[in-house]
Design a protein around this ligand. Structure first.
Ligand SMILES: Nc1ncnc2c1ncn2[C@@H]1O[C@H](COP(=O)(O)OP(=O)(O)OP(=O)(O)O)[C@@H](O)[C@H]1O
Length: 264
């Protein structure tokens, strides 16, 4: 079985997974995309990076995924870190249009040398988790935007990576689909206990999804503050309409206004 259930411990009791240690990223000698970012990621965390355009959210994800290296500081993984430790979901579902849904989800297995027959059951299982088991043989063009994103999520979790990076995955979707996918993502998290770093511009999405919100500011890109959302999972419509949710959203909005240099 590819996707296994990992139990999530309460905040404060989680084992460490990854640490960004005083990380700077400077482009072309003078564009400070990130300054002195320190972030401890623990197993089972759902962390949102929330901030205005240009505050270095995508740069942080690229550094974590080893697509580039810090100018200063270090990124330290707990234990051995290798290929297959990361699942990535982008704003665009980035599916291969000529391949079926199942073949698209096969990709990360294929990259690690596994034949289709060997992992067929795993592919079916992960598609079941995102509610697309009936679309195994469909092509991306036959799917709605939300369904394509589910395939993209299925592909990212299929090999049970230690960390899933999501870069504004729902930003291009309509509000109703976005709400639905937020609900589905939390159900999925509850089932498989994954660790997620989720980039978003949306206060409401960050409060609904995450248990830690890292608020970032631009010019230079940096961490301004970190907020905890201690509401228990699973979360659903009850949480979304609760006073607790509104209070967290107010706190996050105030921090974001500060990040944008506006009076609180
Ligand atoms: N390859 C690059 N070369 C030069 N500058 C870059 C490069 N990548 C990012 N930057 C700059 O670094 C800063 C941070 O960019 P980044 O894309 O990480 O921000 P972001 O918070 O993800 O923004 P958005 O929310 O708009 O996606 C910006 O000023 C950007 O112009």
């Amino acid at each position: 079985m590819a996707v296994r259930r990992n139990d999530i411990k309460p905040l404060g009791q989680r084992a460490p997974l990854l640490r960004l240690n005083h990380v700077d990223k400077i482009f072309n000698g003078d564009v400070v995309a990130l300054r002195d970012m320190t972030l401890q990621v623990n197993q089972g965390d759902f962390i949102s990076l929330l901030g205005p355009s240009g505050c270095g959210k995508s740069t942080a994800l690229r550094l974590i995924s080893d697509l580039m290296h810090p100018t200063r500081g270090r990124i330290e993984w707990e234990g051995d870190h290798g290929r297959g430790d990361l699942g990535v979901v982008f704003q665009e579902p980035t599916l291969m249009p000529w391949a079926t849904v199942a073949q698209n989800v096969w990709l990360p297995f294929r990259l690690s040398g596994k034949g289709y027959a060997e992992v067929k059951d795993d592919i079916l299982e992960v598609l079941r988790l995102v509610g697309l088991e009936k679309f195994l043989n469909a092509y991306p063009r036959e799917l709605s935007g939300g369904m394509k994103m589910r395939v993209s999520i299925a592909r990212a979790i299929a090999t049970n990576p230690r960390l899933i990076l999501m870069d504004e995955p729902f930003a291009a979707l309509d509000e109703i689909t976005r709400h639905k996918l937020n609900n589905d993502l939390l159900r999925l998290k509850d089932k498989i206990g994954c660790t997620v770093i989720f980039v978003t511009h949306s206060v409401f999405e960050s409060v609904f999804l995450s248990d830690r919100i890292v608020v970032m500011a631009a010019r230079p890109g940096r961490v301004l503050t970190e907020l905890e959302v201690d509401a228990p999972y699973p979360r659903g419509e009850d949480f979304r309409t609760s006073n607790e949710y509104a209070a967290h959203a107010r706190r996050a909005s105030e921090a974001l206004r500060e990040a944008m240099g506006e009076p609180a």
